[in-house]
Design a protein around this ligand. Structure first.
Ligand code: F6P
Length: 371
């Protein structure tokens, strides 16, 4: 689209929240206002537009973003727009005449509604699910620029997603804290961190926190190798052991620990750490405790790295639209922020490459990766 024709853009945040969302919203809003564009914020993914009649008058489903509405939010966790991983417009749960739930593609209706409120382009902030929706919307003719968010760091082509550094920083502090209590009691401490299919948080926090064992979804672990390492850590009376395990790590021949799956949502994982702690305790008689960091990794203040990355992404997304480039996602390709097509980022994930130097460093330092 001719960028001169842009008068109004919309911004939304979809999927699980991540520290840095507000910084992106602020940068994108201020940059767009600077170009003379109006900005609309959509609440709760796209629900604020799709279900606008269900929002109260004083907190409407979509509303203008102004200088004052984005003031003082760079350092705040969460998102002033709200977010959701329910109500995916690509597979929206709708009750049919038989009372059964059907998944319907509501993207055409969504684009119609966005057009009806004068939206010329969309900045979609989200993870892999949100980029799939963004791609569909772009195919329906509304220009989109995606902005990569997820603490899991599993989006393709970008060296980092915003939120990842904050999650790793928090998880590293947790490992540090577990160290002192583990050493005091001579215990084995298992820390379960997020990362459904990619083990970036576990690898980075485990290495920064000097864990003895790091288990990733990418390397199904041999239970005997893990037990051998724990045993070795107790070679004398001063033994203790620190294990960092991604929620998506699984034993060789085993499967993910799934605790739930709702219609139209990704499966929920849990229990990987507890299962391993129980096994170590049973097999070795070593006192073992498990801590699950869970959503503490998603909440709270973004690190300075994430704040800056978020500001750069938000501003770059607006510049991209203003250059007449659309249907892309901004990426970090150090030292620059660039963009790649949405087609290039969906349908696959950025897993931890097993030959990367961080994995090699772990091996060189004697960290057990379960293989
Ligand atoms: O943001 C991705 C993620 O952090 C995953 O690692 C985790 O499995 C998931 O979110 C949990 O999300 P929720 O509890 O919001 O469904």
């Amino acid at each position: 689209m001719d960028p001169k024709a842009i008068k109004k853009i919309a911004i939304n945040t979809g999927g699980g929240d991540a520290p840095g969302l507000n910084a992106v919203i602020r940068a994108a809003t201020l940059s767009a206002l600077d170009k003379g564009w109006e900005v609309v914020g959509i609440r709760d993914g796209f629900n604020g537009v799709l279900e606008s009649d269900q929002y109260p008058d004083d907190r409407p489903g979509y509303f203008p973003l102004t200088k004052s509405s984005v003031r003082g939010i760079t350092h705040l966790g969460g998102t002033i727009l709200g977010t959701t991983n329910r109500g995916n417009p690509l597979a929206y749960p709708v009750e049919n005449e038989k009372g059964e739930i059907e998944l319907v593609d509501r993207c055409p209706v969504l684009v119609e509604k966005l057009r009806a409120i004068g939206v010329d382009a969309l900045l979609a902030i989200g993870g892999d699910g949100s980029m799939k929706i963004a791609q569909r919307i772009s195919k329906l003719g509304l220009p989109v620029v995606g902005i990569p968010k997820t603490i899991d760091n599993d989006l393709l082509h970008t060296v980092a997603t915003f939120g990842f550094d904050s999650a790793v920083t928090f998880a590293t502090e947790a490992v540090d804290r577990l160290h002192t209590t583990a050493a005091s009691h001579g215990r084995t401490m298992v820390l379960e961190v997020m990362g459904r299919y990619a083990g970036w948080i576990a690898l980075h926090a485990g290495m920064a926190g000097t864990a003895d064992i790091i288990l990733l979804p990418e390397i199904p672990y041999d239970v005997n190798k893990v037990l051998d390492k724990v045993r070795a850590r107790y070679a004398n009376k001063l033994g203790f052991c620190i294990i960092v395990i991604a929620e998506g790590a699984k034993p060789l021949g085993g499967s993910y620990s799934i605790i739930g799956k709702s219609i139209g949502q990704a499966e929920r994982l849990g229990g990987a750490g507890q299962t391993l702690a129980h096994l170590i305790n049973e097999e070795l008689g070593v006192e073992t405790r498990c801590t699950v960091l869970g959503h503490l990794q998603r909440g709270g203040t973004p690190t300075s790295y994430d704040r800056l990355l978020s500001l750069r992404f938000g501003s770059a997304a607006v510049r991209t639209l203003a250059e007449g480039i659309e249907n892309v996602m901004v990426i970090l390709d150090p030292p620059e922020v660039k963009h790649v097509t949405l087609d290039a980022v969906i349908d696959n994930m950025k897993f931890v490459p097993l030959d990367c130097d961080t994995v090699q460093t772990a091996r060189d330092l004697g960290v057990c990766l379960g293989d």
